[in-house]
Design a binder for this molecule. Sequence first.
Ligand code: XMP
Length: 533
Amino acid sequence: MCTMFLYQKRPPTTDWSFEQKQIMFESIVILDFGSQYTQLISRRIRELGVYSQIIPFSTPAEKIKEFNAKGIILSGSPYSVYQKGAPKPDNGIFSLGIPVLGICYGMQYITNTMGGVVQRSKQREYGRAEVEISCKSPLFRDMCGDARHTVWMSHSDRIERIPAEFEIIASSANSPVAAFQHTTRPIFGLQFHPEVSHTVEGMRILGNFIQRCNVTQKWNLGEFIDTAINDIKSTVGEDLVIGAISGGVDSTVASVITQRAIGNRLKLLFINNGLLRENESEEVMAVFKSMQLNVRYVDASGVFLNRLKHVTDPEKKRKIIGKTFIDVFEKYASGKAFKWLLQGTLYPDVIESTSHIGPSQTIKSHHNVGGLPSRMRLKVLEPLRLLFKDEVRSIGGILGIPGHILSRQPFPGPGLSIRILGEINKQHIDILRKADRIVRTEIEKSSFSATLWQYFAVLLPVKTVGIMGDERTYENVVAIRAVNSSDAMTADWSRLPYELLDKLSSRIISEVVGVNRVVYDISSKPPSTIEWE
Ligand code: XMP
């Protein structure tokens, strides 16, 4: 068992039917036994310039060859190898002649299946550990300068006896078998996690494994674009494709790449819900035009704002906006000859949804176009489904998408509606837009914008007393939110300098009519959230 104390337990991936077209890059495949670090292994391999794919642990060995696999990594798992229902791969993988690296559970599985002994242990080992390595292993090439290395351990079972024909190549005080290798075949095991940044030489170890795999072809995003364009051409044929574009990174990159493949047979809708930031619709439409995208501008702000009248409950707001989005989308898309729906789904979404989303499946629901009615029967086209976010940004750069689009801070689908607490009306939207523009402009002028995850203004549904000149005022309060985060799962409030906060406050109070007080949000997530609603 390789316990992950930081995250919730998740099941191993069992059931993706791999209809998706196999990409022809040489790859390292990762058999997923359910570790929360599986995606991280895949990212690390790609950072080392080699294409990696996560596939179900049960994938038959014969099928693995079709992935153009040059190496196989067995991931960690929340299971114990002795446990009932513990995931087991096809043992044919050890006879393919392809190097295999087992990490944590992966190593324990190799031990168990090849005649060694894995012992249940009540004592878990979690955190940093020092290991002593053997220089003669190709896994530890160029690491012999230091006898001891810091690694990250996260397991409770341990290996008591290694299988015959294996040798120990690293050990720590708590794990006498911290790493092993077969004496003649390219099979390796690591009890610790090389993919976690606390394992100081982790990238070097993974790089050494890749070298042992003889991967000759580098993962090249420029080539990926060509492959993806050909793939879209052959998948879609002469059909028409429709998609919604928001101006966010994913939908813009997905649209540009599809447009390169099928030209104006891609029709895009930009739906203005009346809840966008100041000048946002004009700015993104200008970018779409410069990219020669076939975008139809739909001003649906009236219907959105009408349906939101007098609604104050945050969840109701979201539901109304989601439903209205679908209604508007359907009005423009249904009855026409569209066969495909373009979506900017990324690799983490594919991995996280254990239910398979393939190119030929009729759409059920999605976080962006949440639940189109089944009568629309569109097939899903997801050209970015094999990419991580940073790779999508790089591809966007290669495709010539302007930098300010690629580096945009996340903006929620429900837009300003979840930053106006209480009732949404034209006046509230105007006040928030002006305050938000000042927050964005001043922070972007400072050196802070590059380090922040998100920064914006929030309009509170309270009025407070103030004094302007000789006059008593009774006006609205604006809160400023600025957070640091790496993935929005957790976030810390940003320690912006007083001078910058002072500038934001003075400008908002003097320039935005209807606001006489500004406060700074100093709550972190958890227990708060980034957005206020
Ligand atoms: P919270 O407020 O949950 O937000 O800490 C985490 C991240 O998600 C964004 N967010 C949304 N994005 N639709 C979206 O597309 C939504 O309904 C939504 N709610 C929150 C938020 O801006 C932050 O980046």
